[in-house]
Ligand binder design. Structure first.
Ligand SMILES: C[S@@+](CC[C@H](N)C(=O)[O-])C[C@H]1O[C@@H](n2cnc3c(N)ncnc32)[C@H](O)[C@@H]1O
Length: 251
């Protein structure tokens, strides 16, 4: 049962296109090429590997969908609440932090691996949303095409307001187009889904990520995540009958 609250999100009937004649389409015409993977990359497993190395092993222009949820250094530097030695704060502080330079390198690696018109779903917190992510896109073929807000339904920390949302920036590799590429058109841009953070302090919503990958890929297509944390994208890919490829430094 999907965990997304208050919304019915369904894939279109493949035999009927109610959007025919409009600028939208409920059918996808873009196909990813067949892949020959190096032996080090095993699909549908929790690979323990550096994400940059993982990306360097991927064939170029081969992957239709990527998710990336960086371990932001800025979060700890700018939002230290004094709970870093306790409970979830302790687990968060123990994770390897990523510099801005490293994040940009990951994004360049993802850009290389994506097929033309492929998508990257990039998770950002409100600090990075306000500062902007454009600098990370320099030298890539990626354009910002949309953004979703994930309402976690629970309150986090915050000096002024308490954090309850995170954001998913939708990037598309050129050529930028929706028709024949993005096939589910009833995903709202604010989605509430509760997530247990028992396994990982930054676990992301499985059903929302599943809907997003279903919108921009076919069954069996590869979905990558080079910093997978709790491997929520693996779970989403299995639910959606996609093929996951991804890793985390901690496996
Ligand atoms: C924000 S978390 C990802 C959470 C994930 N999206 C989920 O749903 O659970 C970022 C992850 O990046 C990992 N990480 C940091 N540096 C890495 C690197 N160089 N290569 C691979 N993973 C890395 C951390 O171990 C952490 O688990």
């Amino acid at each position: 049962m999907p965990n997304i609250e208050d919304q019915t999100i369904t894939a279109a009937d493949p035999n009927v296109d109610p959007l025919a004649g409009t600028v939208f389409s409920s059918h996808r015409t873009v196909e990813a090429p067949p892949l020959e993977l190096p032996v080090a990359l095993k699909p549908n497993t929790r690979l323990k590997m550096d994400g940059k190395k993982f990306l360097s092993l991927l064939p170029e222009s081969a992957i239709p969908v990527a998710f990336f949820d960086p371990q932001y250094r800025g979060v700890l530097e700018k939002l230290s609440y004094g709970n870093e030695g306790e409970n979830r704060g302790k687990r968060r502080a123990a994770l390897e932090q990523m510099t801005e330079k490293l994040i940009a390198q990951f994004i360049r690696g993802i850009d290389k691996a994506l097929i033309p018109s492929g998508h990257l779903f990039l998770w950002v917190d409100k600090f990075h949303l306000c500062q902007g992510v454009k600098a990370w896109l320099d030298g890539t073929n990626l354009d910002i095409v949309d953004m979703l807000t994930w309402d976690k339904g629970t309150f986090g920390m915050g000096y002024r307001t308490r954090r309850r949302a995170e954001y998913c920036v939708v990037l598309q590799k050129q050529p930028r187009r929706a028709k024949g590429v993005w096939k589910i058109h009833n995903i709202p841009d604010v989605v509430r889904e509760s997530v247990s953070q028992r396994d990982h302090p930054h676990a992301k919503p499985v059903d929302l990520q599943g809907m997003l990958m279903a919108a921009v890929s076919h069954e069996g297509d590869y979905v990558i995540d080079p910093a997978a944390g709790s491997f929520s994208v693996l779970q989403a890919a299995l639910n959606q009958r996609r093929t996951f490829l991804g890793c985390d430094l901690n496996g």
